[in-house]
Design a protein around this ligand. Structure first.
Ligand SMILES: [Zn+2]
Length: 268
């Protein structure tokens, strides 16, 4: 056997022994909300019809790169509010069965173990607990950071270490967790393409679409930053899904969220 084939055999043997790249993904319940009027997200459709929406966080473990948390949900403070937290402006009442920090503890993860906190966008149901991870590096689009911190209400502490991205980012350099620039819902909205050894490719689409029916019918909420960019981003995600044979996990779609395993179970 030549030296090259011997080396190759060794690499393949090591490969077979342990999965490389992102090897586990946990779906974490990061709250849910009752909304009075579904048409907030689907102008002219389902007017006055209430809806319950899910809100998930996703923890990825990389074989050599450590933990990446995708979105942080609504603030953990909601867990101690028996009646939930009502926002009159949006007609939504938020609930949380447990805190994100408690959910992580159930799977043996401390906030200090989380290396990256990546947020799809700056809205409070996605950035509510960024400040629970002071040691982590925040992965966010520069356009999102600039827009968010120009608002009167800051989404989280501006003192965080942050990697301000300008477009896509292959986080671990091996294609197993790739941030995709998908603007439209907000100026610097992003999604995450994950590869898992058994599950295959999954797109965590943030709020590129809120419900399966909105995705299927390409409905765009009236409050989105740009309708044109939202539609272009949906098409971009659809093209990537076709190329990678990827599943789409729509964060706020409660029926599909309920059908998914949540921590302490995982996806491999
Ligand atoms: Zn949201």
């Amino acid at each position: 056997m030549t030296r090259i084939t011997l080396a190759a055999a060794f690499v393949f043997a090591a490969w077979g022994a342990q999965a490389q790249g992102v090897d586990r993904l946990y779906v974490i319940d990061c709250g849910w909300a009752h909304a009075l009027d579904q048409s907030r997200w689907s102008p002219g459709v389902n007017v006055g019809v209430p809806i319950d929406i899910s809100d998930n966080c996703y923890l990825l473990h990389h074989s050599t790169g450590g933990y990446l948390l995708w979105d942080t949900g609504i603030t953990d403070k909601v867990a101690s509010m028996p009646e939930g937290m009502t926002n009159g402006a949006t007609g939504m009442t938020w609930h949380r069965s447990k805190t994100l920090v408690a959910a992580l503890a159930e799977i043996g993860v401390k906030p200090a173990d989380v290396r990256y906190v990546a947020v799809s966008h700056f809205h409070p149901d996605h950035t509510g607990n960024v400040d629970e991870f002071p040691d982590a590096t925040v992965l966010i689009q520069k356009a999102e950071w600039d827009f968010a911190f120009a608002q009167p209400q800051k989404p989280f502490s501006a003192d965080h270490k942050a990697m301000k991205l300008e477009g896509d980012k292959d986080v671990f350099g091996d294609g197993s967790a790739v941030i995709l620039s998908t603007p439209g819902h907000t100026p610097g909205h992003q999604s995450l393409l994950v590869h898992l050894p058994k599950t295959g490719y999954v797109v965590l689409s943030g709020d590129a679409a809120h419900f399966q029916s909105n995705w299927d019918n390409r409905r765009v909420p009236g409050f989105n930053f740009s309708k044109e960019e939202t539609l272009a981003s949906m098409q971009r995600i659809a093209d990537i899904m076709a190329e990678k044979h990827a599943q789409l996990w729509i964060n706020h779609d409660k029926p599909s969220s309920d059908a998914r395993r949540h921590e302490p179970q995982d996806y491999e």
